[in-house]
Design a binder for this molecule. Structure first.
Ligand code: NI
Ligand code: MN
Length: 229
């Protein structure tokens, strides 16, 4: 069974018998980071979008480990210009295989740009990710607002839904509870909150709202904590 570890903000690690996957590995500069970029050696990196708090340490990790990096088209092309030799890109509706699993890119309502210290680059579009690994299906919503087509994503049969609850840049807790109703997962894990003051939220209160209003279980993982799926 795969093991899912929360690394803080929107960063996760999925470990299975066949390989290790990092999602949105923003570790350097992340005050909640449970690991350093040097601590992890994923075979695969999955990115939801180009924002710095998601791309994070991707280039450094991929250069060190040779990890395959999966993202939407323009971000993948930009990563290739930064020296990532195994950047694999697709677009909404497409499924891409990696060591031990697959990732389907689905829509997310957000923006996608990267500030390189001087200017914004790598626009393109953001995505959510439906990850199939070791018999489990995990949806990473990425940064998004609530949208009705989450019902279609729910039709994929989700064991786990990872949803942002921070508000301001993504949906907040009330909309995230509605999202869980559309997604119908077995387990909900909130993310993208409490990293910075402007996205402070109460994870326990969100878990109680999920329990009261949906059929899902909610586990507000602390950074560094894991669940066996
Ligand atoms: Ni973002
Ligand atoms: Mn973000």
């Amino acid at each position: 069974m795969p093991k899912l570890t929360y690394l803080g903000h929107s960063a996760f690690l999925i470990e299975s018998a066949e390989g290790t996957v990092a999602v949105d590995p923003f570790l350097s500069g992340n005050p909640m980071a449970a690991r350093t970029a040097e601590d992890i050696a994923p075979h695969t990196i999955l990115l939801t979008h180009a924002h710095n708090d998601h791309v994070g340490d991707t280039v450094a990790i991929a250069k060190r480990t040779g990890a395959q990096v999966i993202s939407t088209f323009e971000l993948g092309e930009w990563l290739a210009t930064q020296g990532v030799t195994n950047a694999t890109n697709g677009n909404h509706g497409g499924t891409i295989a990696f060591t031990g699993g697959t990732a389907k890119l689905v829509p997310a309502w957000h923006t996608s740009s990267y500030f390189d210290g001087e200017r914004f680059v790598a626009p393109g579009v953001p995505a959510g990710l439906i990850v199939r690994i070791d018999g489990k299906t995990i949806y990473f919503a990425g940064d998004t607002c609530l949208f009705g087509d989450m019902r279609l994503i729910g039709d994929e049969g989700l064991d786990v839904a990872v949803v942002p609850i921070g508000d301001r840049f993504t949906m907040g807790p009330a909309d995230a509870v509605k999202a869980v109703g559309f997604l119908r997962p077995g387990l909900v894990i909130p993310c993208h909150y409490n990293t910075f003051p402007v996205i402070e939220q109460d994870g326990a209160a969100f878990a109680a709202a999920v329990a009261a209003n949906t059929t899902a279980r909610c586990n507000p993982l602390k950074p560094g904590a894991s669940v066996d799926l």
